[in-house]
Write a protein that binds this ligand. Structure first.
Ligand code: AMP
Ligand code: MG
Length: 427
């Protein structure tokens, strides 16, 4: 834990008016409050390019070479001096050699001569123009070229992509495949990235059993443990799985202690409503700091955000779909910020015609699970993926998008236009 990440006692979101029975907080307000509180990790480590995938660049990288580093051909064809091109009719050139990628032409090209050249190969000195192979006639070592070409065509200039010293990638960039390729292209084989964020998770509930064991009456399998693992691992985080925590004050405190000593953030599921056996918020209130509690979304209304020691805490609801919805809408952006990623991609929202009737009461923003399809006409349609209960994982598994219904809206009739957040790109 670095100095920069100590709790800020003056933080504005110490739950004013949003505790038990308080007002509902809008999703965007909740997201803003969390993001305002998150201070990114700063420790860095050097990694090779492959290991940099999915990591956040710690400092800016500049090109160590010009890209491309030589004048090169953009086409397969023939390199020649542009001044020799015919202004009308055609001209014959003498073929004097070839220049391949990685194997440049070593000789000299004189007036009226040309060189066979392949894409990426160095353009020989004294030539400045490439004519595509499809546009010539070859007869032995005579290459006949018609008028109509432009001097300098199909030649990539030195540094056309980047010059040596140019900024290649800014600090705080999440490294995707394109950035790995660019780093290699500018001659950088090792980069400083921010250290991996460590996240501890636990599930709360006396009813939970690990998969593999048999279920007694009233027991269910701990599914949140696995969906949470998947969502966290996808972000490239180090996941510390603390298993199931029974519904008791002592066990809950013990879990928080274990989590906070090892992790930058804690994500739990269950135990945040005001039921009798909900010790998560109680523990936070007594031993940590709790932010807000009720967000105007469905599923997922009761959510806790706060600190336990230096660790950020996200207390998600117990219902399996609510866990996933609240994770993607609130926790994922916060963890990306904690990872040090700047310029997060804006969420992708698509307009689609809804094919099924959707039940919705005004007052909360809803994330219903849907199946988005692109029709042959190019138009998008969406339909419900099944039962929308906040515990029904099957409709989440069948879905490929969230149907995002606005706070004040009511039922949606077939044929109405709705906003859809595709899972692709989100997860
Ligand atoms: P809670 O928020 O603890 O009251 O839990 C709400 C609902 O989610 C209850 O029906 C729980 O049984 C269920 N639930 C809680 N945790 C899990 C879990 N880890 N896996 C599956 N279901 C859960
Ligand atoms: Mg519970």
């Amino acid at each position: 834990m670095t100095e920069a990440r100590q709790p800020d006692p003056a933080s504005p979101d110490s739950c004013a008016g949003t505790g038990h029975g308080g007002q509902l907080l809008r999703l965007d307000e909740a997201r803003e409050r969390i993001l305002a509180d998150v201070v990114p990790v700063t420790e860095r480590e050097d990694v090779g390019l492959r290991d940099a995938l999915g990591r956040v660049l710690a400092s800016a990288v500049h090109a160590t070479v010009d890209v491309p580093s030589h004048r090169s051909s953009a086409m397969d064809g023939y390199a020649l001096a542009g001044q020799d091109l015919p202004s009308s009719g055609e001209a014959a050139f003498e073929l004097v050699g070839k220049s391949l990628a990685g194997r440049p032409f070593a000789g000299r090209v004189g007036r009226g001569q040309c060189v066979r050249i392949m894409t990426g190969a160095p353009v020989p000195e004294a030539t400045d123009t490439v004519v595509m192979q499809e546009q010539v006639r070859v007869d032995g070592n005579r290459v006949v070229i018609e008028a109509g070409h432009r001097v300098g065509q199909h030649v990539r200039a030195v540094g056309e992509d980047m010059h040596r010293g140019d900024l290649a990638i800014g600090a705080g960039t999440l490294l995707h495949p394109a950035q790995l390729g660019l780093l290699a292209a500018v001659g950088v084989g090792q980069v400083a990235v921010l250290r991996r964020v460590r996240v501890a998770t636990f599930s709360t509930g006396d009813e939970l059993r690990p998969v593999g064991e048999s279920l007694a009456l009233g027991q269910i399998y701990d599914s949140n443990r696995y969906s949470l693992y998947g969502m966290l691992a996808r972000l490239g985080l180090e996941v510390i799985d603390l298993g199931v925590v029974p519904d008791s004050r002592e066990d809950t405190i013990r879990a928080f202690e274990a989590a906070a000593t090892r992790a930058d953030a804690i994500v739990s599921s269950g135990g945040v409503s005001v039921g009798e056996a909900d010790y998560v918020t109680e523990t936070l209130e007594r031993h940590g700091r709790i932010g807000f509690w009720k967000v105007a979304i469905k599923p997922g209304k009761p959510i806790a955000f706060g600190r336990y020691g230096p660790a950020y805490f996200f207390g998600l609801p117990g219902n399996p779909v609510a866990v996933m919805v609240t994770f993607y809408q609130l926790v994922q952006p916060a963890l990306r910020a904690l990872m040090g990623a700047v310029r997060p991609d804006p969420p992708i929202l698509v307009r689609a015609t809804c094919e099924t009737r959707l039940r919705k009461a005004p007052g909360r923003m809803e994330f219903q699970r849907g199946v988005l399809e692109r029709q042959p006409s190019g138009a998008y349609t969406v339909r419900s993926s099944g039962h929308q209960g906040s515990g029904v994982l099957h409709s989440m598994s069948e879905a490929n998008c969230f149907i995002v219904l606005p706070l004040e809206g009511g039922d949606v009739e077939p044929g109405a236009e709705v906003q859809v957040q595709p899972f692709a790109g989100l997860v």
